[in-house]
Design a protein around this ligand. Structure first.
Ligand code: ATP
Length: 309
């Protein structure tokens, strides 16, 4: 069942086209992860979906509900992890949860939320004395107070140590078991891989790929990067590039002067065909090498940017 459908979403700030043309749908019970380099448009996209920013164009449907007509109903359906600054530092987790509960007609019992986010033991400690991981767990608890169907978690593990990060993963997996839908952003590829049903890579306001982690991993295990350069110069590389693009096992190519990078699922076959071509043309290649693909390379191949971790 589709719980969220976004179609042709666009948003500009003056001359900056933050979100250019985004369409996707999210299924009930999914962990849907959005990743992308800084400034890719993730926050703008989420803020439009969360009803905080109005789109210039496009539509957002939660089932049959839209922000224009059904804002109150949508607010009951979604839970947004608040920024740390929205919590009351001098109050305890229990008091923060009780306070947030008063914003809703029907809220979940505080004890249940404390248990879910593993803060029962710290229920009476002031928030300012909690660790970064405990504060983030409280933020997830606050998003859960209205018992929403869809939870938005914006970089819930950024800056946390590996153990604290894993504790958050456990909560996200528990939410999945409860049948909740989670929309997550993260800068950690491992997290995207472990938790997500689907990963959406966004760059420059557009979706560059939307796949299951298994499909990404298949790329990882199957795809290789072949590098070579032509002694005969740029023209030979350009011609070879045009030739190689037509081979079905070749997914992407990148040419820089006389150097060529080829991403292929069948590196030996690709090289065999390429050498057939260079022999016919009497071109000469050097520095031929085959590299293993990493998930980071997949990201770089799609976005042209370094992965930040
Ligand atoms: P990060 O990972 O750094 O949080 P992001 O993917 O969330 O980045 P956005 O914050 O959505 O990206 O920003 C997309 C682009 O829109 C950026 O160029 C940003 O500077 C610009 N932008 C975002 N909000 C505004 C605003 N209110 N006014 C002007 N420009 C904005």
């Amino acid at each position: 069942m589709t719980v969220l459908e976004v179609k042709q979403l666009k948003k500009s700030f003056g001359s900056i086209h933050a979100v250019k043309d985004i369409s996707f749908s999210v299924q009930a019970g999914e962990v849907f992860t959005i990743i992308g380099p800084n400034g890719a448009g993730k926050t703008t996209m989420l803020e439009m979906i969360e009803g905080l920013v109005s789109p210039d164009q496009g539509s957002i449907h939660f089932g049959g509900l839209t922000w224009e007509k059904d804002a109150d109903d949508i607010k009951m359906k979604i839970g947004v992890q608040p920024q740390s600054s929205a919590m009351f530092d001098l109050l305890t987790p229990e008091e923060n949860l009780n306070l947030f509960a008063t914003f809703y007609k029907k809220a979940q019992p505080t004890e249940e939320i404390l248990k879910l986010v593993n803060l029962t033991e710290h229920r009476k400690n002031q928030v300012k004395k909690l660790s970064g991981g405990q504060r983030q767990r409280l933020a997830i608890g606050l998003a859960m107070i209205s018992n929403p169907e869809i939870i938005f978690l914006d970089e819930p593990t950024t800056g946390l140590d590996p153990q604290a990060r894993r504790n958050i993963w456990d909560i996200i997996l528990q939410l999945k078991q409860l049948g909740k839908t989670t929309i997550l952003t993260t800068h950690y590829m491992e997290e995207a891989e472990k938790l997500s049903d689907r990963v959406c890579i966004v760059d420059q306001g557009k979706i560059v790929t939307l796949e299951t982690p298994a499909a990404l991993i298949e790329r990882l295990t199957k795809e290789r990067e072949v590098r070579l350069s032509f002694l005969d110069g740029e023209f030979a590389a350009e011609e070879a590039d045009l030739f190689i693009k037509k081979i079905p096992s070749v997914t992407t190519t990148e040419r820089n002067g006389a150097a060529l990078k080829i991403w292929t699922t069948k590196p030996e076959d690709t090289l065999y065909e390429l050498f057939g071509f260079t022999k016919d043309k009497n071109y000469h290649v050097e520095q031929v090498s085959i590299h293993e693909m990493s998930l980071e390379d997949v990201f770089i191949a799609f976005t042209g940017k370094e992965w930040r971790d």
